[in-house]
Design a protein. Sequence first.
Length: 288
Amino acid sequence: MDGLSKALDIVNPLASLRAVKVDYTPPPRPPVFCPGCPHTASFYELKVATAKSGVKPVFSGDIGCYSLGINNPFNEQDLLTDMGSSLGLGMGLYHGTNGRTMVISIIGDSTFFHAGLPALVNAVYNKTPMLILILDNRVTAMTGGQPNPTSMINIEDIAKAVGVDYVRTIDPFDVKNAQETMIEAMNVVRKGGVAVVVMKRGGCALEATRLFRGGYVTRYYVDPDACKACGICYNLVACPAIVPLENRKAWIDPNMCVGCSVCAQVCPYNAIKPEGNVRDWLKKWAEM
């Protein structure tokens, strides 16, 4: 401000103000996924699928929005290094442990096209059993929503073309099918195959709500009479729009919810309900 005042030859309006010291420490705010982020669903489903499969894999990750999977409650990034490294390091882990390690490599769609393709070819060429989870939200979300090749090139087609043994594309908002697909993929890896599962949603949650906030977005609410305070929605799904009340029952902030439907699918008591036509909203979202 001083520099601008001198350059414009005007009086600095802030010159007479004094800094005010406030004796206050803000509460800790760890980084979290955005409300409705498809990656939240993917990491929840991966956690459930590995538990049901009885495996304790090593998760090899890299840089992107999905790096937040290293935090609680997911803890699904044992390695978190440079962009595109998850596949190559995953192969190294497998061969370095003489095949004793189940490896799940996690990579984003933009990163896959940028640096993951050569490593995928190497995994097939070297017959490296591993599950490669590609999180596809159609944009380069972490750096501002730039477009990427997924708008023109199908990742599943590429994986099949290079000879991957098992390739599936699943919507992360289809919770049950996503879990079953991951379990099936891990069984392929156990038998020595390379598996690719593309977790594909029509777009980043921030982009979806920006484009369709005018009339499509459906929100969810909690029926307090049906909620049994089990905590699955806010402890395991961990969407920042869901918080526990003093009685431990869940409450969904209507200003944050973007209607992804994941919490409603995992609630064992059918206590989470939509305010509008969720099918139309999710269909519109998927068409981005």
